[in-house]
Design a binder for this molecule. Sequence first.
Ligand SMILES: [Cu+2]
Length: 648
Amino acid sequence: MTPRPRPTPARRLGSGLVALLVLTVVAVVNRPVVAFGSEALHTFSINRQSYKEQFGHWSRLPVPAGFQVNAIHAALLSTGKVLIIAGSGNNRENFEAGTFRTVLYDPAADAFSEVPTPTDVFCAGHTFLPNGNLLIAGGTKSYEVLEGDIANAAGVMKLKNESATTGPRFFAKGTRLTSRSGFEYETRADVTVPAATQMVHDGIGMQHAGEAEVWVDAVLPGNAPVVEQPGQYAIEGLTGADRNNLYGVSDKITREKQEYGGDDTSYEFDPVAERYVRTGDMVKSRWYPTLAELPDGDVLAVSGLDEFGRILPGDNERYDRSARRWVDAPELKRYFPTYPALHLMADDRLFYSGSNSGYGSDTEGRTPGLWNLEDNSFEVVPGLAQPRLTETSSSVLLAPAQEQKVMLFGGGEVGESPVSTTRTAIADLDTNNPVYLPGPDLPQPARYLSTVLLPDDTVFTTGGSSGYRGGPYRGRPRSDLFNSQIYRPEADTFATAAESTVGRNYHSEAILLPDGRVITLGSDPLYDETGKNPGAFEKRIEVYSPPYLFRGERPVITGGPTRIERGTTVTFTTGSTDVTRARLMRPSAVTHVVDVDQRSVAVGIEPVEGGLAISVPGEKGLLPSGWYMLFLVDSAGVPSEGRWVQVA
Ligand SMILES: [Cu+2]
């Protein structure tokens, strides 16, 4: 094959001029092409080295069709892989078909793989355990049913057993109960009602009826079987004493919307075996719980909707990791809305930033404060501006964690409200009587903002939308935000960062990768681009490279231990002589803008022969046990790649 002769410089210039002339003429008569021209200019601009050095750079991650899932949850495992959990992925057909998905992405090999998902972990809670396993608890037992789809009145029936002597009683799905006015209702599931229990209080014998709850549906459609007040119901087919001892009670049986129901399953995801390992079930079923790490390495599960879609009235429980079981924690009764952001502080208290997502009272449980788990006391942290706008806000323990400052970003009113805010606030919790003080405003009002700690102590903020689930905002049908910005704590300002190309609202995530980039996934808009049709789940993935990746050579960690103990000094080897800071960064485990795992802890550095002596802080509340990435950062703020170490 003969190569084409190369055009002379003059010919190249000539054809270039012709092309430019044609483009200009077409541009004048045709607006979309003008847009194309400016888009080409934009593409040129954002790919210049000088632009990347200042604003960073986004790229799209090609995802093979078989691995495109609804990213509801994302976590960085200590193997360096990203765990992407969809479960049923907020898709009723998947739920009914039992199609639950989990995918692993390995950024080092740029490879995806599938993980079998045993039950619907959609909207579970999660946090890392000291051994690196990700504890995942709760999930979806039933999907919501909208009011318009409910032909037959339904409600929660509490079946009672007043007899202590006839043992537990089983009632098969489809068992009928009759109201005083003669309407019939059918149970939706098998249910076993325990026997009554007898105890002695102050010398007086008392009997407590056995109880179990189950959904019932009216046999007849329409409004006639609707019951608006508490009532007692007779169970069909009972004879003799059973007719008095066994019965149902219900608060109401209506055609109101039925919320999603929580599940009580719990797993440890093993990052090495890459599989879900079932643990003991939770005490309560939970949908939208937060799993908060505790200083001793156990975990507290807080809030959530129960299996009937009712918010739990302050029932929390503890995971005993050595026994792999959940135990009730009645001594820690405290009510929070769903997915409350609970950050572990150095003094072992949990700071509730006020951020939350999903469901709950619009007044109760929304005040930020420090929760002392020793005595269940709660110290209110006042001063937050726009205190009613904390729903779908995000919060992060700023770096370094030693400063004990938590920053809250954006948020909106409870429910499907169009009200959202640009407000940020910072609480310095290392003071007596801490208060929230205002931070710099975000450029746009934002719900669902992703906030990611970077190794240089800044916070990368991206995504979100001004309207509810990316929907209408101030006259526009869609409200996804494409602007990104980097919060710089030392200057207390936001610096503009490169714009993303994919909108990310509800059910979206962003997490720091070991190589210093940030991966962004998911988004669950209520509407499509026209604002008229239902939205489709966003399956595209983007990766952001911060400016520090375009500023020349990075420090390199060449060796060191894989396991370090709190309160000790250990040596890591490096050829870099310009290391000014070192950070231990706990990987993210994020869902619904809640990421209480991520934290960046400063470690002391002292140059020694061939490397650095790293002194590891001793406080568990500051540096809870688990896997971390060690980053060395040079005087220009350029970080090394993260090196995995287990802190014990
Ligand atoms: Cu959700």
